[in-house]
Design a protein. Structure first.
Length: 276
């Protein structure tokens, strides 16, 4: 059955691949991006089934306006995919002060604004599925990505809460957690100036691993997009969908370590309550 999808960040990466696959399957896509010409080839091939709008995720007013216009012009949208984002690369001390709010505004605030703008429409139509593209980095952490992780951990907490709030209305939420994927994401990283003291630490180790290829990037964006489409078709989609072999290993190890630490200090935790 044909559905209508609204997707942000469609000029490249998973957003672009997802748009391509949906159109090939006969679905309709409302695609937003910053460069309007980036989807010219798909528009020429698929015509009116591809609705395109320019959107900068840090423009809070524009986010709501574009969402409202998409629902008004397309009548109904079945799936909202919050995908736009980028990575700020550098140790916390290295990152420029002015770059911090832009990372937060794009990855976290922009996603929050998109979801909030969509909710009145989804409630009114009585159905809908929100997919937030977070990251393996919303469950695990790597040196050099502290600000990126802050946004991904933040949006996961927001979406998990919203999932509980919207369930009574028949609305669904899935947090998608891709690991390192073979897209243009690495090329779009904004890199902070290097502080030499960090070069001989774990920070430098990660940088060198990325540069020499030791940091495995195995994720297949085509397979990930197909998995997202399949999940949107399921009756009971998961709250979280981890994508990639390394993602599974990393998230499992992180969760096990957290649980072990919780248990190790259980005696302290439980001693903090009033006894009366």
């Amino acid at each position: 059955m044909s559905k209508t999808w609204f997707i942000t960040g469609t000029s490249s990466g998973i957003g672009r691949v997802l748009t391509e696959q949906l159109l090939e399957r006969g679905h309709r896509v409302a695609a937003t991006l910053r460069r309007m010409d980036a989807l010219d080839d798909l528009k020429a091939r698929h015509g009116d089934r591809l609705w395109i709008a320019a959107l900068e995720m840090t423009d809070r007013k524009a986010v709501r306006q574009i969402v409202d216009r998409a629902f008004a012009e397309l009548s109904e949208i079945d799936v909202i995919v919050s995908n736009a984002g980028y990575g700020l690369f550098g140790a916390a001390e290295e990152v420029a002060e002015d770059d911090i709010p832009h990372q937060i505004d794009t990855n976290l605030t922009g996603s929050i604004d998109l979801i909030r703008a969509s909710l009145p429409h989804l409630r009114a139509q009585g159905h809908g599925h929100i997919m937030q593209v977070a990251s393996e980095g919303g469950q695990v952490t790597y040196p050099n990505f502290s600000l990126y992780h802050a946004t991904k951990w933040g949006i996961e907490g927001f979406c998990e809460t919203v999932a509980k709030e919207i369930a009574p209305f028949g609305l669904k939420m899935t947090i998608v957690e891709p690991g390192a994927t073979r897209t243009e994401f690495g090329a779009s990283l904004k890199r902070a100036p290097v502080i030499e003291a960090y070069e001989q630490s774990v920070v430098g180790d990660v940088r060198r691993a990325i540069e020499n290829g030791a940091f495995a990037i195995n994720g297949d964006p085509s397979k990930m997009a197909a998995a997202m489409i399949d999940i949107a078709e399921s009756e009971n989609p998961p709250l979280r969908l981890a994508l990639g072999g390394n993602t599974y290993v990393g998230i499992r190890a992180a969760l096990e370590a957290r649980l072990a630490e919780l248990e190790a200090y259980k005696h302290v935790t439980l001693a903090m309550d009033f006894l009366d």
